[in-house]
Design a protein around this ligand. Structure first.
Ligand code: NAP
Length: 286
């Protein structure tokens, strides 16, 4: 099977490298061509548009920013669906709105194409190591066909249900995670004001049920390392998508509405390009 990869940002560039290492031949496209350099140096083949990627391959993977960019890469005039042969496979690994995933899956089926949503859990380190968790929606038969390709990028690969299920689960995961740096920095601030020493507080918290998470956020937030792995801007996108999903399901998003306000405030303060853990700086800037 010839494979194509569209979207070579922080995640896509690393994931594509693993696909190339395992399958040896890879056709690539990215809006900004310079980001393909490492892959082209290793033998990947450049295409001038998403359409051209599809024309040269049997399976096309997309790893793009949001619903709008995925719609453009698949459905526009220069989009991959326009270059597709009947029976081709499309795998969208971006985090997008489930309703857009479902819309694209319907369009794919009208054109006799196979479509799987396969967003990822984990960040740049797991993308580089090929140890991502991947949650897939679509037909189970299609999932089985593309699973060997997913195995070059991920370790824990789940089939979770019909089209859109992967997108839904991914948003659920991120809505949970988005809370953590806020509450973490809040309790640490209060602990400090209460005269408790960081190392004592952290030692006790690490012994509890959130131990692994405390270790992670200690490094980023206490260590003030906001090097971008997953940008605050992308987390804000995911919170908006999750809130929309909750509202569409008639669930009142009490906490998520506040989360959105806080991430929006941090974004407005110019923190959007930093790692999402920089949301903790709101405690300093307020
Ligand atoms: N970073 C993480 O830790 C992480 C973890 C799990 C899931 N995700 C999800 O994975 C996806 C990619 O994340 P990332 O961190 O790799 O983001 P990123 O580094 O910002 O890369 C975004 C990619 O989308 C492309 N893009 C953006 N807007 C576009 C447009 N209007 N038209 C065409 N292409 C466009 C970018 O092209 P250019 O290079 O030209 O800008 C780039 O290839 C997102 O959906 C994100 O939510 C990220």
């Amino acid at each position: 099977m010839k494979i194509g990869f569209i979207g070579l940002g922080r995640m896509g560039s690393r994931m594509a490298m693993n696909v190339l290492s395992q399958f040896k031949e890879l056709y690539v496209y990215n809006r900004t061509k310079e980001k393909a350099k490492n892959l082209l140096d290793k033998g990947a083949i450049w295409c001038d548009s998403p359409k051209e990627v599809a024309m040269n391959t049997d399976v096309v993977i997309t790893m793009l920013r949001d619903s709008q960019s995925v719609r453009w890469a698949l459905l526009s005039e220069v989009g991959a669906f326009n270059g597709a042969k009947k029976g081709m496979y499309f795998v969208d690994m971006s985090t997008i709105q489930p309703k857009v995933t479902i819309e694209i899956a319907l369009e794919a089926s009208k054109r006799n194409l196979h479509f799987i949503d396969a967003p990822v859990i984990g960040s740049v380190d797991q993308a580089a190591e090929g140890t991502l968790t991947i949650v897939c929606g679509g037909s189970e038969e299609d999932f089985k066909v593309i699973k060997p390709i997913l195995q070059s990028m991920g370790k824990n690969i789940f089939y979770v249900g019909p089209a859109g299920s992967g997108s839904k689960l991914k948003l659920i995961n991120n809505a949970l995670i988005a809370n953590f740096p806020i509450i973490f920095s809040e309790v640490i601030n209060v602990a400090r004001k209460a005269g408790l020493r960081d190392e004592i507080v952290l030692g006790v918290l690490k012994a509890g049920i959130f131990g692994k998470a405390i270790e992670y956020y200690e490094k980023r937030i206490i260590g003030k390392d906001f090097t971008t792995r997953f940008s605050l801007d992308l987390m804000l996108k995911d919170i908006k998508y999750f809130k929309e999903l909750a509202e569409d399901l008639a669930v009142k998003p009490l906490l998520t509405a506040r989360l959105e306000e806080l991430y929006q405030e941090a974004f407005n303060k110019g923190l959007g390009n930093l790692d999402y853990t920089a949301i903790s700086l709101l405690h300093e800037k307020s």
